[in-house]
Design a protein around this ligand. Structure first.
Ligand code: C2E
Ligand code: MG
Ligand code: MG
Length: 588
C-alpha cells in the first residue's frame, strides 16, 4: 500500500466511523472487535446493562437465530443476512433497525445496523389507512359498507351542519332481494355471489348522477351493501319525498330485470323500504332499522315493490317478532292442529274429499288463522317442520278414516304446499315418507299449490313434475288471484283448478264473474282438468256453479273446517243423507 493509499484508507475508515449507519466488525463467534458510535447508539436499547461485547448476545432477546445462521453459512464469505428488521424499543422509545450481516472470511463478520423507524412508521400508517378503508368497503361487491351508511346518516341526522338546522331532504332506502336463499340453493353460492355483484353494479349505474335519476340530488347518493342480500341507498339533497319514491320504483324495476349468470337466466325481485328524512327519528341505527321494517312490509305484500315507512309498522313488526318466537314453541308444544273441510260433489251431494288446513291453538290468543302465521313460518324456515307436521297428521287421519268409515270415508285428501316448501329440494322425499308412513295410496293425495307459485320458473315446474311422478295429484289453488292466465293453464302439470272464493262469492250478482268462471271451467275441461269452487256459502251459488259445469264445491254451505272428531261425525252423517247410488241391478 502506498502512503497515499494508506491515507485514503484512513479517511475512509474515519468517514465510515462517523456515518449515520451502524457498522460493526466481529469474530465468527460474534465478539465485537470494532463498532462505530452510530452502532453503539442503535444497539444500546438492546443492552440495558451497557454490555456491547458480543453481537449475538446483544440480539439474543430479539433475534436468537443469529448464531445458528452464521454456523449454517458454510461458504467462505458472503451475505449471511440481508435486512432483518428488529424492534429495539417500545413505546416512546420505539425504534426499528434493519440488520445486515456479511461474512468477510472464516473468522470475521461485518454487520450494519440502520434505523428504519421512519420507513416502518410510514408503512404502518399506509397499512392502517388501507385497513381503515377496507373496513369500510364490502369485499364482495367493492361497494361501501354499513359503517359508511351509518356515518353519513349520523351526519345527516345531526343538526350541527353549517346552517345550524337539520336538512330533512334525504331518504334512506333499504333493499333486500326476495327469496335469495332459493337462488343460492338452486344455482349454488358462487352464482349467488356473482348475482350480488351484478346487483351492486346495477345499483351503482342506476345511481350515478349523470343518469337520468339526477333530477333530484346534487350530492351523489351513497350505495352500500349491508351484508348478505341487503343493500342500502342514501339519497341527499332531494327536492321532495316524491323523489325518493320514484327512485324506489326505479330500483325495483331495474334491479328486477332478469340477469344472465353462467349462461343461465336468473330472475330476482327486490323489496325496498324507504324512510324519508322527515320521518327519520332516533339514531342512524334506528333509521336503518325502520327502513328494514318497511322493507319487510314490502316483502309481506308479495315482494318486488317499495313501501314507505310509517310508525305503526314498528308495532306490527314487534307482533310478528313475538309470533315468530311463539310459533317455534307452538311446534314443540303441540299447539298446532289440523282441521278438515269437506269437498262435495255438486251433482249428487256426496263428500268426495277433505282439505287439511292448519290451525294454531294459542294459549292466550285462542285459535289463530293460518293467514296470520304461514307467512312468518315461510320467512323463518319453520314452514318445513310445519308442512311436514300437517302432511303426516293428515295422511294418518285419512288412513284411519279409510280403515274405519268404509263407504263414508272421503276419497281424496288435499294438503296445501306453500311457496317455500315447493322450492325445498327435500319436499319430494317428505311427501314420499308421509305416504309410506301412513300407507296412503299416492293417488288419494292431492297437493294444492297457489296459482302465482305454479307459474314460477323452471325449478318449480321440475318440482311439480317430481311430485307428480310419485303418483299424487296436483291442484291449482286460489285460481284467478295470481298472474297466470287461462292461456297458460296448459303449461302446468295440474289435475284440478280451484276457483277462488273471490269469484265464487260474486257468481250470483256479477255476470262478468259468471263468464270468467264459465271460461275457466271450459278451458280446464278441455285440458282434462277438474274444477273445484272454493268458499261456497249459499245454495244459490252452488246451483249456478253446477249449471256452469263445475263438479265439486267446498265452503261453509257444506261445512266449516272441522277438527278430526267432528269431521268424522260429519262424514258419517253426510253418508247417511247422501248414500252412494245403489248399484243398478242387472235385469233378471
Ligand atoms: P286455502 O287453501 O285456499 O283454503 C281455503 C280457505 O278458505 C280456508 O281458510 C278456509 O277456512 C276458507 N274457507 C273455506 N270455505 C269458506 C267459505 O265458505 N267462506 C269463507 N269466508 N272462507 C272459507 P284458512 O283455513 O284460514 O286458510 C287460509 C289459507 O292458509 C289457505 O287457503 C291456505 O292457503 C293456507 N293454509 C292453510 N293451512 C295450510 C297448511 O297446512 N299449509 C300451508 N302451506 N298453507 C295452509
Ligand atoms: Mg287450499
Ligand atoms: Mg284457496
Amino acid at each position: 500500500m502506498t502512503a497515499q493509499q494508506g491515507e485514503d484508507y484512513e479517511t475512509l475508515i474515519q468517514f465510515l466511523y462517523q456515518a449515520p449507519i451502524g457498522l460493526i466488525q466481529t469474530t465468527r463467534a460474534g465478539d465485537i472487535s470494532m463498532m462505530n458510535p452510530m452502532a453503539a447508539q442503535l444497539l444500546m436499547p438492546l443492552a440495558p446493562q451497557g454490555d456491547l461485547d458480543n453481537l449475538f448476545d446483544i440480539f439474543q432477546g430479539v433475534a436468537p437465530q443469529l448464531r445458528e445462521l452464521v454456523d449454517a453459512f458454510t461458504a467462505d464469505s458472503g451475505m449471511v443476512l440481508d435486512g432483518l428488521r428488529v424492534a429495539t424499543g417500545t413505546g416512546a422509545h420505539a425504534c426499528t433497525v434493519s440488520l445486515r450481516l456479511l461474512k468477510l472470511r472464516e473468522s470475521a463478520l461485518m454487520a450494519s445496523v440502520t434505523d428504519v423507524s421512519a420507513a416502518v412508521g410510514r408503512e404502518e400508517r399506509r397499512l392502517a389507512l388501507q385497513l381503515g378503508e377496507a373496513a369500510r368497503i364490502d369485499s364482495l361487491t367493492a361497494m361501501a359498507n354499513r359503517a359508511v351508511v351509518l356515518d353519513r346518516l349520523t351526519y345527516l341526522l345531526s343538526d350541527n351542519r353549517a346552517a345550524g338546522v337539520r336538512d330533512e331532504n334525504f331518504a334512506v332506502l333499504f333493499l333486500n332481494c326476495d327469496r335469495f336463499q332459493r337462488i343460492n340453493d338452486t344455482y349454488g353460492r358462487a352464482a349467488g355471489d356473482e348475482l350480488l355483484r351484478r346487483i351492486a353494479a346495477r345499483l351503482n349505474s342506476v345511481l350515478r348522477p349523470q343518469d337520468s335519476l339526477d333530477s333530484g340530488f346534487a350530492r351523489p347518493p351513497t350505495a352500500a351493501r349491508l351484508g348478505s342480500d341487503e343493500f342500502a341507498v342514501l339519497l341527499e339533497d332531494l327536492y321532495s319525498v316524491d323523489d325518493a319514491r320514484s327512485v324506489g320504483q326505479r330500483l325495483v324495476d331495474l334491479v328486477g330485470e332478469p340477469y344472465r349468470v353462467d349462461g343461465r337466466q336468473i330472475d330476482v325481485s327486490v323489496s325496498v323500504g324507504i324512510v324519508p328524512g322527515n320521518r327519520a327519528i332516533g339514531h342512524a341505527d334506528d333509521v336503518l332499522h325502520n327502513a328494514s321494517i318497511a322493507m319487510r312490509e314490502a316483502k309481506l305484500a308479495g315482494g318486488g315493490r317499495w313501501v314507505l315507512f310509517e310508525p305503526a309498522m314498528r308495532e306490527r313488526a314487534a307482533l310478528r317478532g313475538s309470533l315468530e318466537f311463539e310459533l317455534r314453541q307452538a311446534l314443540d308444544q303441540q299447539q298446532l292442529l289440523v282441521v278438515y273441510q269437506p269437498l262435495v260433489d255438486l251433482t249428487d251431494g256426496r263428500c268426495t274429499g277433505v282439505e287439511a288446513l292448519v290451525r294454531w291453538q294459542h294459549p292466550q290468543r285462542g285459535m289463530v288463522s293460518p293467514v296470520e302465521f304461514i307467512g312468518i313460518a315461510e320467512e323463518t324456515g319453520l314452514i318445513h317442520a310445519l308442512g311436514e307436521f300437517v302432511l303426516n297428521t293428515a295422511c294418518r287421519q285419512f288412513a284411519s278414516w279409510s280403515l274405519n268409515l268404509a263407504g263414508a270415508s272421503p276419497q281424496q285428501l288435499a294438503v296445501n304446499l306453500s311457496r317455500a316448501q315447493l322450492t325445498d329440494p327435500d319436499v319430494v322425499e317428505t311427501v314420499r315418507k308421509a305416504l309410506s308412513g301412513s300407507g296412503l295410496d299416492a293417488r288419494r293425495l292431492k297437493l294444492e299449490v297457489t296459482e302465482s307459485l305454479a307459474a314460477q320458473g323452471d325449478l318449480v315446474q321440475q318440482r311439480l313434475h317430481d311430485l307428480k311422478a310419485l303418483g299424487v295429484n296436483l291442484a291449482l289453488d286460489d285460481f284467478g288471484t295470481g298472474y297466470s292466465s287461462l292461456s297458460s293453464l296448459h303449461q302446468l302439470p295440474v289435475d284440478v283448478v280451484k276457483i277462488d272464493r273471490s269469484f265464487v262469492s260474486q257468481v250470483e250478482t256479477s255476470a262478468h264473474h259468471r263468464v270468467l268462471i264459465q271460461a275457466t271451467i271450459n278451458v280446464a275441461a278441455s285440458l282434462g282438468m277438474g274444477t273445484v269452487s272454493e268458499g261456497i256459502e249459499t245454495e244459490g251459488q252452488a246451483a249456478i256453479l253446477m249449471t256452469l259445469g263445475c263438479q265439486t264445491g267446498q265452503g261453509y254451505l257444506y261445512s266449516r273446517p272441522l277438527p278430526a272428531d267432528d269431521a268424522t261425525r260429519w262424514l258419517i252423517e253426510r253418508d247417511r243423507q247422501f248414500p252412494a247410488a245403489a248399484p243398478i241391478k242387472a235385469p233378471a
